[in-house]
Design a protein around this ligand. Sequence first.
Ligand code: XMP
Length: 513
Amino acid sequence: MTHSQKILILDFGSQYTQLIARRIRENNVYSEIQPHNYPLEKIKLHKPKGIILSGGPQSVYDQDAPQIDKKLFELDIPILGICFGLQLIAKELGGKVEPAINREYGKTEFEILQTNELFKDVNTKSTVWMSHGDLVTELPEGFIINGRSENSPICAVSNSSKKIYGLQFHPEVSHTEFGNKILTNFLFNICKCSPDWSPKSFISAEIEDIRKEVGKDYVICALSGGVDSSVAAVLVSKAIGERLICVHVDTGLMRKNESHNIIKLFNDNLKLRIVHIDAAELFLSRLKGIADPEQKRKIIGNAFIEVFEKEAKKYPDVKFLVQGTLYPDVIESVSVKGKSATIKTHHNVGGLPEKMNLKLIEPFRELFKDEVRKIGRELGLPEDFINRHPFPGPGLAVRILGEVTKEKLEILRQVDEIYINEIKSANIYNQIWQAFSVLLPVRTVGVMGDFRTYENVIALRAVTSTDGMTADWYRFDYAILENISNKIIRNVKGVNRVVYDISSKPPSTIEWE
Ligand code: XMP
């Protein structure tokens, strides 16, 4: 990728690796994560301004511990090793690492013994975040000790002339008091980066890359209306214009007016080339009589591929497929095994690229959702679109428990519209990661006027989350909930009871299926 300046992070499997990348980009420097075994030749091609060796769960002396090409230390590129990264530097350059008698986890006091350019403007004593079982016990030649903690006498080391630095603690974790200062010292004092990375510069670098990669070929995308894939489509269209063909498949499982609004925004306002396929009848007929959630998903996935493939065949010059894959979609930071293949299947449009022999364009593979939102804003997508809650590919089918029918879809669409509108008018939509309603396959007794009713139950779900991996239920003001419940029961025929889901993820999931 042609970002003019970048920091390369080699990932040894730490749970914090993503956080390092994010902190760096927050300081307006582009950073990219690559697996620890990323070949030296490729590293050189990136021309990184600096390299960070991440932490990792293993001991450098484990038999299967990840290794590093020692020539990395001769590239004359500044290196910062964090935790496992520090221990690897020590081991590879002739020092010694041993299991700690007193392991350190959590907040610890760090004391600078001899300051240097990495610790400029950092207090002599400060709180840092530790998470390690091994310790550096002997320094490699040419290194000095810069700081210690209670249980790590060698807690920060450096060889300033070679610009190699190591920290036992995690500067990327917010509990490390001067963590950001240390990182910015590395970025700006040591690597001499300039803080010029921004959504704008990302867009222009990506446009250049996409043009180079695609050449005169055509690109296709499935435009569902989700934020990530939509922003990706707009970005690609800026690069190659009409050679991007967006296919919007209306599965009949969308929310009220959703397909209409998507077409309006992308076709009329943003001038993307869109093919609109109304496949509602096909999806509904395939789903007839099916209650098992996994079976429903499979049927929807296969029908989607069938419709999409049929359309794509009309464009023989198509060689690429755009997807809005985000970094958290790339499972487990796949780290130690090498970052390769594994993308959550539901994001990988059901194996489309392999089946159709298309190459993937995934401009946001390194980014987080909030970063993609910033890019979407910069590309001119409207704010209410950018802030939309995630919506699953199989749509309302996973929110109707049991068989999906036209009538049930109609009920759920009406409920969902009321629910979301109320949340928006209470001004809390953006505090919530995702809010939706679920139509349960049970009926309960109610009373309306003088009549007994026997109708459907609706479950409301609203969660807060940062990435959808874990989630907590949203604490509504009771008055808002009351209003939502009243409006639903009063206005939607066929519903006489509303309940609110108060489970977190884990152990529950966000969707009900
Ligand atoms: P769960 O229910 O697994 O959901 O806690 C986590 C997040 O993933 C979304 N989700 C999907 N997104 N296709 C998607 O694009 C799918 O098949 C799918 N299933 C779940 C879900 O809405 C939540 O944001």
